[in-house]
Each structure stands twice: as C-alpha cells, then as structure tokens.
Design a binder for this molecule. Structure first.
Ligand SMILES: *[C@@H]1O[C@H](CO)[C@@H](O)[C@H](O)[C@H]1NC(C)=O
Ligand SMILES: *[C@@H]1O[C@H](CO)[C@@H](O)[C@H](O)[C@H]1NC(C)=O
Ligand SMILES: *[C@@H]1O[C@H](CO)[C@@H](O)[C@H](O)[C@H]1NC(C)=O
Length: 534
C-alpha cells in the first residue's frame, strides 16, 4: 500500500520536499514483487529474460490528436506458461509511482498468473500515464495534466493491446481477436477495468475487477462505514466520544478552550478546526492497509491499542470513556506531530488554508491522483451526515479537499470550485457506475474494504451476480483477493472461494471467446476449448 500516515509530510512542506502530501489515501493495489524467474524456460525451450526487464511502448500523448506525438510507456512482461493461442493478461497497477515493484502481478502469486498458468497465457504489467516514469508531457505542471483523464487511460489500454509487439515468440501477432486479452485491475485500476469494458465493447475477452470503485461519489463519507462496522467496539466507542467532544468544543467558539483542546494533540496555535480534524483523521486511514496477513501489530491496531490498553488491561466494549481516550489519543498524536513539524510554527506546518503548491516535479502520485479526484472521481473521505455516527470530526467537509484542488492546481478551478458533484455525475453517465453491465466481467469485493460502498457490493445496493457478470463479496479487505498468499492466510476461506470461482469463470469465458474467434491453444486446448490428449 502506498499510503502510510506516519510518513506523510504536512502541506507546508510541499514546497521544500515535494515527496509526500497530506492527502487522503488513494484506492490502490497491494505491492507484490516477483522473485526472479531467470532459470525458467518458455514453451520453445528458451530461457526467459529477467522478470525485472523493462520494456517500452510508444504510446500516444493525446488519443484525440495523434499528431501530438508519443511518449515511452514502461511495461513488464513474461511468458512462463504461454502457449501460442493463449490469452494475454494485462494489468495496470493504476495510480502508483513505484510500478517496478508490482512485478508479482506477472507471476502465479497473483490471480493474474493463476489465470495465465491455467490457460496458457502471458502476463503484462503496464505503467499508468502520469505515474512513475509515465509522463506524457514531461512533468506535472497543471496545464500538462490535461491528458490525465479516464478517457485517455482507457485509450492507452486499447492502443497498447492493438499495437504492442511483445518480446515473446510470436508476440507481434497477438492483437485482440487473434488472441483473447484479459484485463485485470484492483481498486481504481479495477474500476478502470470495468469502465474500459463498457467503453470498448469486445476489446477484452474477459475482465477481473477487484475492489473496483466503479461509482464515482463526491462526498464519500461511507468510506468509514466498513471500518466502523468491523473495528474493535471499544476503539470505535472511544473515537466517537473524542470526536463528539472535539466538535462540541469547536462549536462553542471559546478560543481558550479550543486552543487547550488542540494542545492536547500537540497542535496549539493551529488556526483552523478542519486542519486539526484532518490530523485526527490520519490513523483511521490505517485500516486500508489491513489484510489477512497483517497481524495484530498493523498500524490501525497500534492506534487502537494506544487508546484501549491501560496498564496492560483492555477496555470493555464501551471503551474507557472520554477522559482516558482524549489523553491517550493526544499523546499518540503529539509524537507524530513533533516528528513531522519539528520546530515549525504549528499552523504553518499543518494548514491547508492560503497555501499555493504548484510543484510540477514528477513523479508525484498524490498530485496526479488529486487531479482526477477534483475533475472526475471525487471519493472525498469526509464526515458522516448530521445525526449519523461518525469516526471523523464533522469539521471534515468536502470544502477541505476542494481547497486542496485549488491549492495544488491554481487557476484551474474557480474560487468556489471545483464542482466535484458535476464531475462525478459526468463520469457515472459515461461509464454507468453501479449500473454497468458487461459480459465476462468478474467483480471481487471485500466486506472489510473501506472502498466497498463505491463498488457493486455496496451495502444495500443488491446488484445481481450472474454467470456472465459475476459479483463475489469475500470477508477480505481492499484488493486482498488478487494475492494467493491472502487466500492461504484467510481463515474464513472466502478469499480462496473467490479465486476458485474466478478461475472457473475465466475457463468458461475464454473458451467461448476462442470458439467465436476460431482460436486454439497449441498442444493444450483445441478449437472447442477441450483438453488435447497427447
Ligand atoms: C527485481 O526488482 C525488484 C524491485 O526493484 C528487486 O527487489 C529485486 O531484487 C529485483 N530482482 C532481480 C533478480 O533483479
Ligand atoms: C507457480 O509457478 C511456479 C513456477 O514458477 C511453480 O513451481 C509453482 O508450483 C506454481 N504455484 C502454484 C500454486 O501453482
Ligand atoms: C478492546 O481493545 C483491545 C486493544 O485494542 C482489543 O484487542 C480488543 O479486541 C477490544 N475489545 C473489544 C470488546 O472491543
């Protein structure tokens, strides 16, 4: 996971470091890195190149105006299981800069490689435009971000599939139609998988979309609902007690009481309640990094332990109550604030007000992602509506992130903007959000995933799963079903069940595609998709 609150650098540090940003976590895939496959040979008996070998593709800058030229798009590729006629399994890790660490998605550590192994397929990991070294116009200046859109990202996938000449034997003759292409992604890249299949019908033979946030949502306060449902009760009760108190003190307008409250968290001198509230939101985001293998020392549980374990004793379900929780949360936060702000005046260190930060230096996944947030997808992780329980101070409103949009992309939006609701409405109109229906698409979601309620498994939505568009909900977390190690560690068995069903559906769907297109897999499957007996 790219995000860790503990290494975040506050906004005022932008200008000097430009490395990390005080932005909410992006919906992104788990880092899975391959061990080298150097000693493995392919179907023709030739040793495979190192799995770390980087390939380059000449990708169009602007698919609406090819004359603007091309840039070099990085990809990784292996064909350990490939048999001529087998599927080409493509994934992009989406909005991450360290794409080179995602080579595990070439191997059978992941659902990608499992499908390749079963079907005689080859695998590809493709860097997403505006992340890592994928900089179509060289940098991230606001004006140069104009091709950072869902539409262009989808067109990249199409242009790549239709034009790439893969290094493997016969790799220049595997365009869609001659070979089945399978698109796989998790999180934003999972949504991109579903949206691509809507926008480019027939291009991909099948898709696997994990934790796919298909519905763009402006005020996505429900991000915190799966967390509230599944977290330890004592911790939830105490967080809500502190947050309720915080909001009450802020609403009182009593300057002295407010500053004393901020001082509890090491934030005396802060001038804006939403800046302080955004610091308190930080540890809740740690939930997104949980999975079946993270164990009791994961960041989120360290935070809960800090609040709930007193002299070696855990609080009962109703928590310890406000006094202890406030002090414990304060002490926990002070350490982090001290390490991040040092001797800076607190307000300068943490404020989102009146800041201009327009550093174009690439890569900067936080900046590239925020651009898409402001224009197309929203997903603002703010407080629950009035009267509804909230883990987040009610000071956290969409205005907070809208201000970041104006600060990071000055001149791009009006003073009252951006109009995030209009942007997400447009996205959902084009790609159909929760209403999207395409054949041969497999949705895998996790009940403990904070992004759950932007997927087709959103609580109360009840989209029907069919044999042609499968929807499965495991007891897992964010994108945890992409990794075979998670299936092995998951005591509920529900992640394994997702992977087993996906492999069965892929077998059926690819067989159908091969039959329609007269493709057979040499030595493995005949034209009917039946096993060849040698
Ligand atoms: C491949 O790259 C990864 C990530 O940079 C690295 O950890 C690994 O050691 C590399 N393996 C080989 C065999 O070069
Ligand atoms: C994964 O592939 C390796 C070869 O790279 C093979 O030895 C192993 O058995 C495979 N594992 C599974 C679970 O299929
Ligand atoms: C109380 O908190 C402790 C420490 O975080 C946790 O291990 C335990 O499961 C919690 N118990 C309840 C009932 O929430």
């Amino acid at each position: 996971m790219a995000f860790s609150w503990k290494v975040l650098v506050p906004l005022a540090f932008f200008a000097s470091t430009a490395t990390a940003v005080l932005l909410p976590p992006r919906p992104s895939m788990e880092v899975i890195t391959a061990d080298d496959l150097f000693s493995v040979t392919d179907f023709s008996g030739v040793s495979l190149p190192s799995i770390n070998k980087t390939y380059y593709f000449d990708q169009l800058i602007d698919h609406n105006n090819p004359r603007l030229g091309t840039w070099k798009q990085r990809y990784w590729h292996t064909w350990e299981w490939y048999k001529p006629g087998g599927p080409i399994i493509l994934t992009t890790p989406g909005e991450v800069d360290n794409t080179a660490l995602y080579t595990g998605y070439l191997t059978n550590k992941t659902i990608n490689g499992q499908i390749a192994q079963q079907e005689g397929g080859a695998t590809i990991v493709l860097e997403h435009r505006y992340y890592g070294e994928a900089q179509p116009l060289g940098d991230l200046a606001t004006k140069n971000l104009r091709f950072n859109t869902i539409e262009q990202a989808i067109a990249d996938l199409e242009y790549f599939a239709k034009n790439v000449k893969l290094a493997m034997p016969g790799g220049s003759k595997v365009q869609p139609g001659k070979a089945p292409w399978v698109l796989i992604g998790g999180s934003y890249a999972g949504a991109l998988t579903a949206w691509t299949m809507v926008a480019k019908p027939g291009l991909f033979a099948a898709g696997y979309a994990s934790s796919a946030v298909v519905q763009a949502i402006g005020d996505f306060w429900r991000y915190f609902e799966p967390i509230r449902e599944h977290m330890p009760k004592n911790c939830s009760a105490d967080i809500q007690a502190v947050v309720t108190h915080f909001d009450k003190v802020v609403a009182s307008g009593n300057k002295k009481a407010i500053n004393a409250l901020y001082a509890t968290f090491g934030l005396e001198g802060a001038q804006y309640a939403d800046d302080v509230a955004s610091i308190l939101r930080g540890p809740i985001f740690e939930w997104q990094d949980l999975g079946p293998r993270t164990g009791p020392n994961a960041g989120f549980y360290q935070f809960c332990d800090a609040l709930e374990v007193k002299n070696g004793v855990s609080a009962p379900a109703k928590g310890w109550g406000l006094d202890h929780a406030l002090k414990a949360w304060g002490d926990y936060t002070k350490v982090i604030v001290k390490s991040q702000c040092g001797d800076w005046p607190i307000n300068d260190c943490i404020t989102s007000h009146g800041v201009v930060w327009d550093d174009p230096t690439p890569p900067n996944a936080g900046r590239s992602w925020l651009y898409m947030v402001c224009n197309e997808v929203g997903y603002l992780q703010d407080s629950a509506p009035p009267g509804y329980p909230t883990l987040i101070s009610r000071q956290m409103q969409p205005e907070y992130e809208e201000r970041l949009c104006r600060s990071l992309f000055p001149g791009k939006f009006p003073l009252w903007g951006p109009d995030i609701e209009a942007g997400v409405a447009r996205t959902n109109a084009i790609y159909h959000g929760w209403d999207l229906h395409v054949d041969h698409l497999f949705f895998a979601n996790g009940d403990r995933d904070p992004w759950r309620d932007a997927t087709v498994s959103a609580k109360g939505l009840n989209v029907r799963s069919t044999p042609q568009q499968r929807i499965m909900l495991s007891q897992g977390f964010h994108c945890t079903d992409m990794n075979t190690a998670n299936a092995a560690a998951d005591t509920t068995g529900t992640i394994k069940a997702v992977q087993v069903q996906a492999l069965a559906d892929m077998k059926r769907w690819l067989k159908e595609y091969r039959r329609q297109h007269g493709i057979y897999v040499q030595g493995v499957l005949d034209v009917e998709g039946e096993e060849v007996v040698e």
